[in-house]
Write a protein that binds this ligand. Structure first.
Ligand code: CO8
Length: 254
């Protein structure tokens, strides 16, 4: 097993666990991750995933040893890394709690999550250029959309690592907390998200993601359709009724 999984209430914790390789992401790890999370994604009792690593490394990238012997033909016939998009496509909100290194594929995996919360020891980077390649799991696309061309070019062309403070300043991460508070903060945020109706949470993250893909007027039209659709849910009735009755809402994800 290359990861540890634990459910606490409506939050599912996934801890990447290849300590001897700083959680380098190989095919076996990604297959295990996707196979485990796909059925949970459809479970109405799961309201948020938290992906984390160790204190030393969230993930130090794709597994260089696994990749090193591959040829261009292998890469194309295997469509290496294509499966990772299945992780990005999970609809349950995903939070990355990052401590230590999030490099290359590790940074790309964090960017596939909806929020990144970083401990102040975290280091982010896309160092693939130092290996004679480029980011291959969405890094050139997602990083550019998240932080803009100037910073994306800086990170991808130099391969330099940035600390958590800079990552927050450029908009790569949502929050930075002292490293010893990382798991507490992630628990609080994940529990809050998981406490809302899952249909609304899935809709919200879907619409925000859509903004990275589409023009403004199409995006607004998409948002409005999704918004209208939520009026078919019990959670909408309960949320608004609870407000009017001045009581906390109890969502059932239906
Ligand atoms: N893959 C495989 N093994 C790794 C990786 C990795 N990405 N990172 C670390 N390890 C291994 C090391 O080889 C070492 O093993 P050993 O003990 O057997 O020598 C062990 O983990 C511990 O690492 P270090 O001794 O190097 O630890 P340090 O604290 O000295 O350094 C660093 C930590 C700075 C994180 C360093 O390990 C490092 O630079 N790692 C590689 C970072 C990197 O380049 N990541 C990008 C990888 S490429 C990628 O993610 C996407 C490629 C896209 C290709 C697209 C194809 C379609």
């Amino acid at each position: 097993m290359r990861m540890k999984i634990e459910q606490s209430g409506r939050v599912v914790w996934v801890r990447l666990h290849r300590p001897e390789r700083l959680n380098a992401l190989d095919t076996a790890l990604m297959t295990e991750l996707i196979d485990t999370l796909t059925p949970l994604d459809r479970d109405p009792d799961v309201g948020c995933f938290v992906l984390t690593g160790s204190e030393r490394a969230f993930a130090a990238g794709a597994d260089i040893a696994e990749m090193s012997a591959k040829t261009a033909t292998d890469m194309q016939t295997e469509d290496y890394f294509a499966g990772w998009e299945a992780f990005a496509a999970l609809r349950t909100p995903k939070l990355a709690a990052v401590s230590g290194y999030a490099l290359g594929g590790g940074c790309e995996l964090a960017m596939m999550c909806d929020l990144i919360i970083a401990g102040d020891t975290a280091k982010f980077g896309q160092p693939e250029i130092t290996l004679g390649v480029i980011p291959g799991i969405g890094g050139t696309q997602r990083l550019t959309r998240l932080v803009g061309k100037a910073k994306a070019m800086d990170l991808i062309l130099t391969g330099r690592l940035i600390d958590a403070a800079e990552a927050e300043r450029i908009g790569l991460v949502s929050r930075v907390v002292p490293a010893d508070r990382l798991l507490t903060e992630a628990t609080e945020v994940a529990t809050q998200i998981a406490g809302y109706g899952k249909l609304a949470a899935m809709a919200a993250r879907d619409c925000v993601d859509r903004a990275l893909e589409t023009g403004l007027s199409d995006g607004i039209r998409y948002e409005r359709r999704v918004f209208h659709g939520l009026f078919a849910t019990e959670d909408q009735r309960e949320g608004m009724q609870a407000f009017l009755e001045k009581r906390p809402a109890v969502f059932t994800s239906s």
